[in-house]
Design a protein around this ligand. Structure first.
Ligand code: SF4
Ligand code: SF3
Length: 553
């Protein structure tokens, strides 16, 4: 195996024996092969579109498959094996459709469009031939992988939107066209760089789509005090990003005596009017994803993963039989809840019965946190915010969204938030917020100093807020706003968020805690020269630099 797609890549170079995340060599190889076959299928679906032929099952299959290979989403070998077999079927169907158009399919020679393997040995051997390192030129490899990781993030967001009945063929078409482009040896470095930026363009489009899907289905997030304490009933702790699962779960648990709590990235579900109305929806329990081993022990009840991030449990963990996965997530040893049947809600009944037999959660903290500052809510507060900026009460905004992770160096973000002067405001989205969202950072004229817009995909909200501020302050360039970007990344959804920001022309982003291992030195140079991207240094140095950049404006 070789994998360097996330911030935990071993030695910041790549995992070669077993993933730091816990992914086994076997699963890593199966994921490589699945991606290879998705590229192969796309070699047929891209030309099919020239005939106006769209195959919805394939669009869904490729989207789900990309999503399943995101860091910490799915560790279950059998799910990938089944998918490889499905991939062969999908590919055959697409090939046949293309042949029926009269196209000469013999001209399609990409190996992933042709290869069929049946035995485990064949699969294992093939995986060595199709992984990341088969692209020898490190710059080409870097740009190809940057694109693929962006596509994985895009796929995750497209999937959540799809679950709510929102989809755009243009996004599926781009994903497949870009997959094919990553197999094209004739593309120059400049062309691949353009592809990376185009990925960012579709990143904006998919986040806008998901925002529409979420807000049309559940209302606009509103300022909410989220309870951190517990009640005395058995509970279900729901984690991940999928709001449709949240809806189905709340409906099915109503009146059963089972309470619902959010964990990690599901916290923003508390901000939606459609969910807030349920009296058995108690609040948020615990912290960001990597604290789960401890949080799940303490919770005592059922845990439901709707997406990443899963931490493989220790052998001694007592919660293993209380965990369920659904959607793209999976882990051998956890129970999996299958997809919804056409037009029906997902069936959580067995899990709810199981929950009834569990003890109530142990209280690990009390109090509240405030969130719900997505674009619609902030824009209704616009006058107050603009007045604070114009009077100097707010000197600067710091976008500190993104991911959280286990690395010790991430204390940087807590310290940074603590040391920020009192006339600055943090704008956040994603699980990075857990590094500072429980600190007593106070308010400015009634505006909290940490404004949480929601999940990582709600970074789109932060962009909408920035655009509205630009307009209100009569500026022409987003980069003239008093906003600094100090973003933390971990997995591939952060990659699509980053590419979306670059596409929108945001400059001088600080990215940490380390720069991605998949960026070659030359690609880093392109990002530095064209976008002013830089890594983080020390809290004090970065603070000085980022505060100065504003003052000079
Ligand atoms: Fe390593 Fe990250 Fe890949 Fe897991 S996802 S194998 S930690 S680089
Ligand atoms: Fe977090 Fe996994 Fe990235 Fe969605 S839940 S931001 S790390």
């Amino acid at each position: 195996m070789f994998c360097f797609q996330c911030q935990e890549a071993a030695k910041n170079e790549g995992c070669t024996v077993k993933g730091v995340c816990g992914k086994t060599t076997e699963v890593a190889n199966l994921q490589d092969l699945l991606l290879f076959l998705c590229k192969g299928i796309s070699h047929y679906t891209v030309p099919l579109r020239k005939y106006g032929i769209e195959i919805p099952q394939i669009n869904k299959f490729i989207t789900d498959s990309l999503f399943m290979t995101i860091t910490n989403a799915n560790f279950d070998k059998s799910r990938f094996t089944t998918r490889l077999l499905m991939a062969f079927e999908m590919r055959n169907a697409a090939r046949e459709r293309l042949a029926n158009t009269g196209t000469d399919i013999e001209g399609i020679t990409f190996d992933g469009a042709l290869w069929v393997g049946e035995t485990e040995v064949e699969i294992t051997e093939k995986a060595f031939e199709v992984g990341v390192l088969t692209t020898k030129d490190e710059d080409v490899r870097s740009l190809r992988e940057l694109t693929v990781y962006g596509l994985k993030g895009m796929a995750a967001y497209a999937e959540h939107a799809f679950n709510l009945g929102y989809e755009e063929n243009e996004i599926f078409a781009f994903m497949q066209r870009a997959l094919v482009a990553t197999t094209d040896d004739s593309l120059s470095v400049d062309e691949l760089t353009a592809l990376v930026l185009e990925t960012g363009k579709y990143g904006v489009q998919v986040m806008a789509l998901l925002d529409r899907a979420n807000t049309s289905s559940y209302g606009n997030p509103e300022i909410t005090k989220v309870n951190l304490g517990v009640r005395n009933n058995p509970g279900i702790l729901i984690s991940g990003h999928d709001l449709k699962d949240m809806e189905d779960l709340l409906k099915q648990t109503e009146g059963t005596g089972v309470d619902v709590y959010t964990h990690s990235e599901m916290l923003p579900a508390n901000y939606y009017p459609a969910f807030k109305k349920y009296s058995h929806f108690v609040g948020n329990y615990g912290s960001s994803w990597w604290h789960q081993t401890e949080d799940f022990e303490n919770f005592n009840g059922i845990i439901l993963f709707t997406t990443n991030c899963i931490v493989p449990p220790r052998k001694s963990s007592t919660y293993i039989d209380r965990v369920y996965t659904t959607g793209a997530s999976g882990f051998e040893g956890f129970k999996h809840i299958g997809d919804r049947k056409e037009g029906q809600p997902k069936d959580f009944s067995a899990m709810i019965e199981h929950a009834k037999k569990c003890a109530a959660p142990k209280e690990i903290e009390t109090g509240e946190i405030v969130g719900g500052f997505a674009h619609n809510q902030v824009i209704t507060l616009a006058d107050k915010v603009i007045e604070a900026v114009e009077s100097g009460a707010i000197r600067k905004f710091f976008v500190m969204g993104g991911c959280d992770g286990r690395m010790n160096g991430r204390n940087y973000y807590t310290e940074f938030a603590q040391k920020l002067p009192g006339d600055t405001v943090i704008l956040t989205a994603g699980c990075a917020k857990y590094r500072y969202n429980k600190l007593p950072l106070g308010e400015i004229n009634g505006i909290p100093r940490v404004l949480d817009a929601g999940q990582c995909n709600d970074s789109y909200s932060l962009v909408k807020i920035a655009l509205a501020l630009k307009e209100a302050l009569g500026l022409t360039d987003l980069n003239d706003l008093p906003i600094a970007y100090n973003i933390a990344w971990y997995e591939q959804k952060a990659v699509i968020v980053l590419l979306a920001l670059l596409y929108l022309g945001v400059k001088n982003i600080h990215l940490g805690p380390t720069l991605p291992a998949f960026l070659s030195p030359n690609v880093v140079n392109v990002l530095v020269n064209n976008f002013g991207i830089s890594g983080i240094t020390s809290v004090d140095e970065d603070m000085k630099l980022l505060l100065e950049t504003v003052e000079s404006k």
